[in-house]
Design a protein around this ligand. Structure first.
Ligand code: IVH
Length: 321
């Protein structure tokens, strides 16, 4: 009994160490140990799990690539809360007009948060008691496809949350591929005589919707959080707090986001993103401006397709001084 307990504990300790190093490496870009030391921990865990298969759990870092699941079709799943789309704006005037519309019945300046809109594919991840249990594409917003096994292969998606504060938590975000990894993928496809992808979005979508998760695992896909579905047991007041919270529990958060005190700051940051888009490691197709405060979001409300408290800004020319 003693012996069993200590092996189980050893396994869990190794898993927690690996999760911590995965987080530092894949989410914070700030590793503490060498690849060699990491591989040593990983092999130790694999060995103990192989010797004690009863202790293998689906949220173990060794379980990212399932050996045998090769489905012929993806199962349809209904989203608990619909995955909405965003209204568009095409000019500075559009953004000002949106601001005027939403502040009509509100007092004072509104605080906003601006995030790049990385060109990828949206996905919803469900965690129960801190463990990743399933994930789906957006689909038509109401029904998506079950791509759990493929999502598990994405290294910066945690299989177990670093802190386990909620019974149910649906985290939504975008799966994408960095410019550098896109280039490498296309080069390797060309070498193999396979047609290359036209753009990073197609590459992300094509890689994620593979019937064989082993192929998805070979593609260097990344994920970032942008919203949530159903969440139980977490009280937060602002979207910026939600993003900080997600970062603390092990999710990757975009670096180039900004909380803005007023609409002028929003426009400045949109300009900044636009001017610097070539220097960003990923391709963007505009940016998303959101009202930061959840109470205000609730007051401003939704149409049946999209939130009125958010707007997507396509790239536009700067036409004011
Ligand atoms: S917010 C609809 N934030 O854009 C409210 N969406 O056109 C929740 N997207 O399906 C989404 N980056 O997949 C939001 N920073 C971001 C985003 C983002 C990309 C995608 C998202 C959504 C689509 C809507």
């Amino acid at each position: 009994m003693e012996q069993t307990n200590s092996i189980e504990k050893q396994i869990e300790d190794l898993r927690n160490q690996i999760r911590h190093h995965d987080y530092l490496y894949y989410c914070l870009d700030n590793p503490e140990i060498s690849d060699f030391e990491y591989d040593k921990l990983f092999k130790q865990l694999q060995k103990l799990e192989n010797e004690n298969p009863l202790f293998i759990t689906p949220d173990s870092p060794t379980q990212r690539v399932s050996g045998s699941v090769v489905s012929s079709t993806f199962k349809q799943v209904k989203h608990n809360t619909p995955m909405l789309s965003l209204d568009n704006s095409y000019s500075v005037e559009d953004v000002f007009a949106w601001n005027e519309r939403i502040k009509k019945n509100l007092d004072g300046d509104i605080e906003f948060i601006v995030e790049p809109k990385i060109d990828g594919l949206s996905a919803s991840l469900t965690y129960i008691n801190g463990s990743f249990v399933s994930g789906a594409t957006r689909g038509d917003g109401e029904y998506g496809e079950d791509i759990t096994e493929n999502l598990k292969t994405i290294k910066n998606i945690p299989l177990k949350l670093l802190k386990n504060e909620s019974i149910l938590c649906e985290i939504r975000g975008e799966v994408y591929i960095n410019k550098k990894d896109f280039q490498q993928l296309n080069d390797s496809l060309l070498d193999g005589g396979v047609t290359k992808f036209a753009n990073p979005r197609n590459a992300a979508a094509g890689s994620l919707r593979q019937k064989n998760p082993k192929i998805t695992a070979e593609r260097k896909l990344s994920f970032y959080v942008h919203s949530f579905g159903q969440v139980q047991g977490i009280e937060l007041n602002k979207h910026s707090e939600f993003l900080d919270f997600c970062s603390k529990i092990g999710f990757p958060i975009q670096k180039d986001i900004k909380v803005c005190k007023n609409i002028k700051e929003v426009i400045d940051f949109l300009m900044y993103l636009q001017e610097n888009r070539d220097n960003l490691p990923y391709e963007i197709d505009g940016a998303v401006v959101k009202v930061n405060d959840y109470n205000l979001q609730k007051i401003i409300g939704y149409t049946n397709k999209s939130p009125k408290w958010a707007i997507r800004s396509y790239n536009f020319k700067c036409n004011f001084a």
